[in-house]
Design a protein around this ligand. Structure first.
Ligand SMILES: [Fe+2]
Ligand SMILES: [Fe+2]
Length: 275
């Protein structure tokens, strides 16, 4: 297998016709039989892959280059489509997104985007990252899981949903657990939305837009401290569950890696992937 095929399998599994901008092949390679896969890969990870004789190393989060600088702000536009899917107007969706997208875009200017990817080039080790396709697999998993949970528990409370989420394999094994950041555990789940696979979590402004549009329970992988305080202070009505970053990313990653293993690739999981 080559690096392009590793990428294409993820695109096919997640229904992407084209590679999203936050996923990239930094050093291409052929004849790949053994890969090392981590949520985050730094220079030490690349050295490790070389030392342990892996044929390629794959990261989930963009480790640098165009994927990080241009890719993340670009895939964040997916928040607009997600918000529109629950009836939020394009104008309001764009306004809500701009708060967090502006912050992320400005941060890009600070980063040394070459720190990790330049090391892979010097080591000549095949290196790529697959971000949004894998997150789209995670979102679909959560959507299907919660749909089926609610179909057999019509009047489920938020606490029941959290209990059920804890039974997902990666979450049960993970150190961080789903938690209710905003809202009332005793309230019904009601209308839910899984806001995952748009680069990064939407923060306070996007959460508010969902609640205003009638979503009762919103799921994020994670919520920053500043956004948490903002929502707390404004006494927003709605439930915001954080599912936990590493366990949630691991769900989509494992579905993808299981497919590679089926095709005969040896996979070593590390750096945040819950096996
Ligand atoms: Fe992710
Ligand atoms: Fe992530």
């Amino acid at each position: 297998m080559n690096t392009e095929e590793l990428m294409q399998i993820a695109l096919d599994m997640s229904g992407f016709k084209e590679k999203p901008a936050d996923s990239q092949i930094f050093v291409r390679g052929d004849d790949i039989k053994r890969i090392l896969f981590g949520v985050d890969v730094n220079a030490a990870g690349l050295m490790l892959a070389k030392q342990l004789n892996f044929d390629a190393i794959v990261a989930h989060h963009p480790p640098g280059s165009e994927a990080q600088i241009y890719g993340m702000p670009k895939v964040m536009l997916r928040h607009i489509d997600q918000m529109k899917s629950v009836g939020i107007s394009e104008k309001n969706a764009k306004k809500a997104l701009e708060v967090i997208r502006g912050k992320i875009s400005r941060q890009r200017n600070v980063i040394n985007y070459d720190r990790v990817t330049s090391v892979a080039k010097l080591l000549e080790i095949p290196f790529l990252n697959i971000h949004t396709p894998v997150d789209a697999i995670t979102k679909k998993y959560f959507d299907d899981y919660i749909d089926s949970f609610l179909s057999s528990n019509k009047s489920a409370k938020v606490s029941d949903l959290i209990k059920s989420l804890n039974e997902i394999d990666e979450i049960s094994k993970g150190l961080t657990k789903p938690a209710l950041r905003i809202g009332d555990e005793e309230s019904p789940v009601g209308k839910f939305f899984v806001a995952i696979s748009a680069g990064t979590s939407g923060g306070a402004a996007i959460a508010k837009a969902y609640f205003k549009a009638g979503i009762n329970t919103l799921l994020y992988m994670h919520l920053g401290e500043g956004d948490y305080k903002k929502l707390k202070k404004e006494k927003i009505k709605g439930n915001l569950i954080v599912t936990g970053h590493m366990p949630s990313d691991s769900i989509g990653i494992n579905i993808y890696l299981n497919e590679l293993e089926k095709r005969g690739i040896f996979v070593q999981r590390f750096s945040g992937v819950i096996a």
